[in-house]
Design a protein around this ligand. Sequence first.
Ligand code: WT7
Length: 645
Amino acid sequence: MSYSYKIKSLEQYHQDYKKSVDDPEGFWGNVADNFYWRKKWDRVLDWNFTEPKIEWFKGGKLNITENCIDRHLATMADKPAIIWEPNNPEERTRVVTYARLHKRVCQFAQVLINNGVKKGDRVCIYMGMVPELAYAVLGCARIGAIHSVIFGGFSAQSIADRLFDAQATFIVTCDGAYRGAKDIPLKSIIDDALIGNKTVKKVIVYTRTRVPVSMIKGRDVWWEDEMDFAETQIEKNGVISFPAEEMDAEDPLFILYTSGSTGKPKGVVHSIGGYMVWTGYTFVNVFQYNQGDVHFCTADIGWITGHSYILYGPLSAGGTSVMFEGIPTWPDAGRFWDIVEKYKVNILYTAPTAIRSLMSFGLEPLKDKDLSSLKVLGTVGEPINEEAWHWYDENIGKKKCPIVDTWWQTETGGTLISNMAGITPAKASWATLPMPGVQPIMVDENGHEVTEKDEHGYLKGNLCIKAPWPGILRTTYGDHERCRLNYFATYPNLYFTGDGALKDENGFYRITGRVDDVLNISGHRIGTAEVENAINMHSGVVESAVVGYPHDIKGQGIYAFVIYNGHHGDENQRRQDICLTVSKIIGSIAKPDKIQFVTGLPKTRSGKIMRRILRKIAEGEIANLGDTSALLDPGVVVEIRDGKI
Ligand code: WT7
């Protein structure tokens, strides 16, 4: 496969960027021609950001699985699509060729049909990182069902909320999942999530850990039984095949829940055509993917990074994608390097938090590891600090591998701002230049474009995007107004990212972090309001306020100020109870790192909590708390400051 849209020089980047802005329809129409459409689109783009209405390739008919699988079969049937590395390095690995992927996805599509799943139905997928997760996702896409993958770290309550919001009627899960030394009882968590649920009709359970599970007659079925039966139905002369449903480019492909500044996560909806073109285009260009390269993205498919750069991007490009079930530090901190050596990985794409965590083990885990296959390194999820960037560059890339710092979001489908490996320049801890089709603009609080440079010669402002790119979200599930309010209403006619940024004299962007009440904990997005709601569910808690603070490994940690009115236990026991409450309501990823008990919170006369002050205290900047004159009771700040932990 060759990619006619692949950018091969800095000069071409500038030319393509210009074309994409001057004539977006011509430009993206040409890129989209590299994919397989059963019928060509009526119009490349139709949009306004006021409703918002965004349509790419409308009227175009396709199935994304024909692009990710079928069209590769003639020439690449025996090429590995997915190389699976188990949690336990002693267990057998699995290589899934394109032919095998086709067979399994077809079988699972038939399983879905047998269980009553129809086009447009929402299927919740709650599984560990096993190849069957890929079959489940792609099986949904094959029949036009909308998948909604939920990360294995979310609690039963979180799943229940998402099932309700999506009105999901089917679930695919595992008995359990292995992650490092832990076994996570996924099916049992699903059982809890289903108490009181009225929409889910069937639960398909894949056997991974073989822990005892409850199987409810009429509702719960075993993956293996279903797959065996489906095989007998669709096998003809030794060939397994299942016709892909014909979908419109603007039909929804999936829902993925993500946190915002309100207490309730929203279901970001991506549609088929634009998402396919965007993930395929950015995958090939950012990583400079070549046929045959082995790509290892260490994310979990429960997050957008896994959707776009383990599955859809690499597969639509006919690539080879490594899927890893475990964690970077188990059985030891050399695990990533063993995987790189074992599969001769060419592209390694991971998160700053993983890099910092591995850095903390020193260079011993790297000893005798052959990393010479590496050509490109990537990072995503949060701003990368210069120290981590240089460690990655020197010790992993041996100063020979460009590092791509890819800035994007669940809502953007794929990378918006990043250097392209070896093509456009890199700059430590800067995401650098926008991808073709991406028109960033920096605005101040009032939405005016920032033009004044700061003392370093940088423009500083809130990062917005002026026009749609193919991978932009289309709506938030079941509530379009929420989508408008969240992303398109802060500044008229602009998509607001929620991030702050700097721009240098070369037009390079550096993302400085969220400017809204959203935290980034180990690259995972969590709203402060969500954590507060969960803390407030604890019976002894009167009120709480949550802010982020700098954390060496996680990037940000969660600091909670809590007014407590119970009599049970000592302070540490109360802290543990609160943490467990948060784990049950959201999941262990949202557990506060620090809890400080206080008798009051700094509030303005109108009752608004002044988070700015709490943030400063949590960050340890207690010498200069700024203007506290608007506070109802300035005394409370002194108490909080003195009690800092
Ligand atoms: C937020 C989006 C994109 C997939 C993983 C996270 C932060 C992401 C970078 C980067 C600085 C980054 C932003 C963004 N972020 N990548 N390279 N440099 N910040 O997806 O959960 O939707 O979070 O992650 O703050 O808004 P997400």
